[in-house]
Write a protein that binds this ligand. Structure first.
Ligand SMILES: [Zn+2]
Length: 851
């Protein structure tokens, strides 16, 4: 079937009035759509879903209306409006009356509920229209290229606040306890960006950024948690106006925290919606990770106001550019705001996650043809956001930051208030850079996977070869090649030499002026490829890790771990390499190192676990003891976060008794005085107590989860419930995911955590098999899919067979290639287990006894 609406009738303007009834969970509305009829028609097709249309009429300017009949096709999510006479070309006004339901599925026009301090329930009505759910809120041309101006009116009880994309034009009291709030005309924009939120909401005082008032909205009593978001919000708004060279396209900017929210946030122009953890925070009680998340998400959404909202992809195949670019800009803004956070180095973790997915055979190109809009649902993944942002960063570094910015400005200038394709950005960048941008970028955008660059040396000559990287190995296809911007740095007698090249063939030779002491390929760390050094080169580089940059150390470990997962390096060689990093001080390097040990923990036999715990202790304890338990004078925020990270690893994965005892003491102090524990150490202490605690800790955490006063506290104590090790406690946590105790926005992620822990994965898997239908009904579709990310942790041949059998029996669609990807990741884990079982047993045997 054809998924695109015909363009014989095109909307120009919507005058939309909605009356939500929060108690009854319904709404009624009417809309007058000014349309441009381009060819004579007797039927008009537009989108509508889960709506009833009571009347349809169309009138020429100043003329009498023609009444028509409406029929709904729920499967196609369309309404057909039939008129008794032909509607001739020209401007017409189409008027529709309709009713709908405020659903609980966190999409379209939906209900979110929360309890106040006294336990009384309250309801908010909110919208989430991307990708294709505006049609659940009102009949419309629900495709991104049908841009129009919107004037929204909301009829609501007088005591409630109403927010939409633009500022309030007028408020009229109706005399029946309700009021009509009318909002100013929006800019010309796509339907998926329309938003309305109604409820007992409070706003902060506005912060003025030039002419634009910026506010945070939330449930009553929480506005003090909005200050941090206002800070980064005001900074980003100003930063992007300067970077893009265009004023903010809206007339105000509201950031709204919605208690139930399926995604992280949504870039509705002027009315950005967030889940509470992505917006509200008590700055003094939050860890670095929690603050960084909020800074990232706020900057990301504000970047979209131009890139996405002002200039929009023409169709859903372009969603990657929208998201990749906003992610890239988010990093740039946050890096400028807090240089000490070293955001581009931290981004290495995200780049590595994207490479984890993109190294599978079941990966996909960043951009691919999208026929049904539904196909784009699976696009909201690591490849769109993280790989996309990585290749944009690689391109920016290749052409230069100034040239890149000039090209982006040209693109926005050319396409504002309109729609664009990916190639339009390359054209603008190419015009600016005078370089053949599409030729370089096409391989990264339209082809799946990424290259592995192998480096060999002989005397002063280096040879670089490329082939596609694959976790499952197999014969490389020599036709799969990329144009790779490569930077090589070599240490030679009197310092360093650097070589920049575009590796576009299978093999390239690089001549150095002298025989190098060591070399690093992908210097600076921005390239989206992995490096395999010949053994002698690896040995030299491993001996020089203190001399290379943190991001280069990060990539060295990340690449070697991937090589060991794929069988191109032995697990023993990789674990030996990790021993070179005991004095490491960079938090990101530790993240990849401890992450690889956590993965290893899931593939070894239970009997080997004590040995792995000892190995973890020996890798981590030196760095952890240098940091200690208390913040020290002059250290950075990243050091503080690292302290928390390392203590957590020692107390959980390392099962270190002394650390667990100390954590109990620290927590006892916290119960007396909540300010006595550093905000970066507290989340670690909670996780350690879960791993080593029992009934008493469980009851305490569950209680604190329910009484939490900040979104961060709520999340910490909730996820801690997945970190216990006793089956009877874990069963209770599992039960909470379907009995209404945990919000449907969080429950799928709790299940994912339970699937990933070696202590609960078996129970969690049985629970999912039994309850998947209930879960599919309760959880938002996007989060339900993400729940299965935990599957690759079921690393045994028996579980692998069981997982295959389950999905063969139940037709569960996870969208795109998502299921294939999870199954392949599971295969990689089990293949590693089968391949390495014997050597790992020998290797870990050396760690059986604690020192
Ligand atoms: Zn986004």
């Amino acid at each position: 079937m054809d998924y695109r609406l015909p363009d014989t009738v095109v909307p120009k303007r919507y005058d939309l009035r909605l009356e939500p009834d929060l108690e009854a969970a319904t709404f009624s509305g009417d809309v007058t759509i000014t349309v441009d009829v381009r060819e004579p028609v007797t039927e008009i097709l537009l989108n509508a879903a889960e709506l009833a249309i009571q009347s349809a009429a169309i009138a020429p300017n100043g003329g009498p209306p023609v009444h028509g009949s409406a029929s709904l096709d729920e499967a196609a999510e369309r309404a057909g409006l039939l008129f008794p006479v032909a509607i001739t070309p020209g401007e017409w006004r189409l008027s529709l009356r309709f009713t709908g339901t405020l659903n609980d599925k966190l999409r379209g026009f939906y209900r979110s509920t929360y309890k106040d301090g006294a336990g009384a329930p309250h309801t908010i009505a909110a919208t989430q229209f991307e990708a294709t759910d505006a049609r659940r809120g009102f009949p419309c041309w629900d495709e991104p290229a049908f841009k129009a101006v919107f004037r929204v009116s909301l009829v609501v009880p007088e005591r409630l606040a109403a927010v939409s994309n633009s500022s309030i034009l007028k408020e009229e009291i109706l005399g029946d306890g309700r009021k009509t709030v009318t909002f100013a005309d929006t800019i010309k924009m796509s339907t998926y960006l329309v938003a309305f939120v109604v409820g007992e909401l409070e706003a902060t005082e506005p912060v003025m950024v030039g002419p634009t008032p910026l506010r945070v909205w939330c449930a009553p009593g929480k506005t003090h948690l909005g200050r941090f978001a206002l800070d980064i919000g005001a900074f980003s708004l100003d930063f992007f106006e300067r970077y893009y060279g265009l004023p903010y396209p809206g007339d105000k900017l509201d950031l709204l925290a919605i208690p139930d929210f399926a995604a992280g946030a949504m870039e509705n122009l002027g009315a950005v919606t967030f889940r509470e953890t992505a917006l509200l925070v008590n700055e003094t009680a939050a860890s670095h990770t929690e603050l960084e998340r909020i800074a990232d998400v706020v900057a990301h959404e504000i970047a979209h106001m131009w890139f996405g909202d002002l200039v929009t992809m023409a169709w859903w195949n372009g969603i990657w550019l929208n998201e990749a670019f906003a992610t890239f800009m988010e990093l740039m803004a946050v890096d400028t705001w807090k240089p000490e956070w070293k955001r581009w180095v931290t981004f290495g973790v995200s780049r590595a996650s994207a490479m984890g997915l993109d190294g599978l055979r079941a990966t996909r190109p960043i951009e691919f043809p999208v026929m049904a809009p539904r196909d784009c649902e699976a696009m909201f993944d690591l490849l769109t956001y993280e790989k996309g942002a990585s290749v944009l960063r690689m391109l920016e570094q290749h052409v230069g930051a100034e040239v890149f910015r000039t090209g982006v400005r040209l693109y926005l200038e050319r396409h504002r208030y309109g729609n664009a394709e990916t190639t339009d950005l390359w054209t603008s960048l190419g015009d600016t850079a005078r370089l053949p941008i599409p030729e370089v970028m096409d391989g990264w955008i339209f082809r799946p996977g990424y290259p592995l660059v192998t480096v060999e040396s002989e005397g002063t000559d280096l040879t670089l070869t490329q082939q596609r990287f694959s976790y499952l190995g197999g014969e490389p296809d020599p036709t799969e090649r990329w144009r790779i911007p490569v930077i090589v740095r070599a240490s030679v007698k009197r310092g360093y030499v650097e070589r920049r090249l575009l590796l576009d063939g299978t093999e390239t030779a690089v001549a150095l002026p002298a025989k190098p002491e060591w070399i690093v390929v992908n210097a600076g760390g921005h390239g989206f490829y992995r490096v395999r050094y010949a053994p002698a080169l690896l040995k030299k580089l491993a001996g020089a890790v203190s001399k290379i940059a943190p991001i280069e150390r990060f990539n060295l470990l990340s690449d070697c771990f991937a090589l060991s997962q794929s069988g191109m390096m032995t697990a023993a060689d990789y674990l030996d390499l990790t021993a070179r990093f005991t004095a490491e001080t960079d938090r990101n390097v530790w993240t990849v190192l401890t992450g690889s040990l956590a993965w290893t923990n899931r593939v070894i036999a239970d009997a080997q676990r004590p040995a792995l715990e000892n190995l973890v202790g020996r890798r981590v304890e030196e760095a952890a003891s240098l940091l200690g338990w208390e913040p020290q004078e002059g250290e950075t925020e990243l050091d503080r976060q690292l302290r928390g990270d390392l203590l957590r690893v020692l107390g959980t994965l390392g099962n270190d008794g002394a650390v667990q005892t100390r954590a109990r003491e620290v927590y006892a102090r916290y119960r007396e005085d909540e300010t006595s524990v550093d905000a970066n150490v507290l989340p670690a202490v909670i996780a350690i107590l879960a791993a080593s605690g029992g009934e008493a800790e469980y009851a305490d955490f569950r209680d604190r989860y329910k009484r939490a006063r900040t979104p961060q506290d709520e999340q910490r104590f909730l996820y801690a419930l997945a970190g216990f090790r006793q089956p009877e406690l874990l069963r209770r946590t599992l039960e909470m995911t379907i009995n209404g105790e945990v919000r449907s926005q969080d429950a799928p992620y709790l299940i994912r955590s339970l699937l990933m822990s070696v202590y609960s994965r078996g129970l969690a898997w049985e629970f999912v098999k039994t309850n998947h239908e209930t879960m599919a009904r309760l959880y938002p579709a996007s989060a339900y899919r993400r729940m299965y990310e935990g599957l690759p942790a079921l690393a045994s041949p028996e579980w692998e067979r069981d997982v295959h059998a389950f999905f063969a029996e139940h037709k569960i669609s996870l969208g795109g290639k998502t299921l294939e990807q999870y199954l392949e990741q599971l295969r990689v884990a089990v293949a590693f287990q089968e391949r390495e079982a014997e050597t790992l047993q020998g290797y870990l045997g050396r760690y059986m006894k604690p020192r």
